[in-house]
Ligand binder design. Structure first.
Ligand SMILES: NC(=O)c1ccc[n+]([C@@H]2O[C@H](COP(=O)([O-])OP(=O)(O)OC[C@H]3O[C@@H](n4cnc5c(N)ncnc54)[C@H](O)[C@@H]3O)[C@@H](O)[C@H]2O)c1
Length: 271
């Protein structure tokens, strides 16, 4: 019997945690732009009893994402898609960040929306950063949600963003809007799609931020939050398993903020 296929895009810390939590007994297709970390993660997971295939992908390229979707569909019924590939503000300049964090998510939703199996479900990892900015104008929300992926980079209000932080924040706001819009087409196929907006999760990406000039602000966020700490990749894995599994069957087009209370503290003026 052909095993269900779980596609995990982004072999980083959060991708690994979700793959371990949701990939038991499945054919995992692990994809990343970094072929070294892809091979290392696959090795580690295989020696822990997981069935892993790897495929390089650049999520900012439609051809590359389409090819990955075709490989996945050839392996068997694609019942799970987990999109965690991303760059943080200190890792890339504005344009590269928009291409990966904004356009990459849109491409994955479109291309995997064509191969997801009935009864399948997907998760996009967004960020609490998307919850930090004030509401956008309704026309901007609409444009971020529905502009064709290949035209997103030309949106007027994305021109001349001051820095990578601004590009990250608007990309992550867009991720949740995009997921809600895509839930309609995914629903037509009998599938669900949701996003998770994590706060500070201890991963190499977060360490890059904590060790940057913005580090003290991140530490302050953890300090004033209700949890008083950062999160772990496994806590994001648990949330993903809930949303993707049978207990989440009535949830689609939704965004789950899992930040230990940072945004609540921010809104209460504690930052
Ligand atoms: N760690 C946190 O504190 C935190 C908080 C909020 C949101 N997030 C989001 O979670 C997601 C995963 O982050 P992580 O902490 O696991 O980071 P990570 O750096 O461990 O993993 C990210 C992975 O994405 C891959 N990647 C980057 N560009 C790519 C591209 N063009 N195509 C394919 N793969 C690409 C990287 O090679 C890396 O393996 C990101 O979208 C990030 O913005 C993380």
């Amino acid at each position: 019997m052909t095993a269900d296929v779980l596609v995990v895009i982004g072999a980083g810390a959060i991708g690994q945690a979700i793959a371990r939590r949701t990939g038991v007994g499945k054919q995992i297709l692990l994809a990343d732009i970094n072929t070294d970390s892809l091979a290392a993660t696959a090795d580690l997971m295989e020696t822990s009893g997981y069935n892993v295939r790897t495929e390089p992908v650049d999520v900012s390229s439609r051809e590359s994402v389409r090819e990955l979707a075709a490989v996945a569909a050839d392996l068997g019924p694609v019942t799970g898609v987990v999109h965690t590939a991303g760059l943080s503000p200190v890792q890339a300049p504005v344009e590269a960040l928009l291409r990966v964090d904004l356009v990459g998510v849109a491409l994955v939703l479109e291309e995997f929306g064509r191969v997801i199996a009935p009864g399948g479900s997907g998760i996009v990892i967004s960020s609490m950063a998307g919850h930090m900015i004030p509401a956008l104008a309704p026309e901007q929300d609409e444009a971020l949600a529905r502009t064709a992926a290949d035209e997103l980079m030309q949106l007027p209000f994305l021109q001349g963003l001051p820095n990578s932080g601004a590009a990250y924040t608007i990309s992550k706001r867009a991720n949740a809007l995009r997921v809600q819009a895509a839930a309609v087409e995914w629903g037509d196929r009998g599938a669900r799609i949701n996003s998770i907006s994590p706060g500070i999760i201890f991963t190499p990406l977060a360490m890059d931020e904590l060790n940057s000039a913005g580090g003290p602000r991140y530490r302050e966020m953890m300090k004033v939050s209700a949890a008083g700490r950062g999160g772990t990749p496994d806590e994001v894995g648990a949330a993903a398993a809930y949303l993707m599994g049978p207990d989440g069957a009535f949830i689609t087009g939704s965004d789950l903020l899992i930040d230990g209370g940072v945004i609540a503290a921010m809104r209460a003026g504690r930052l």
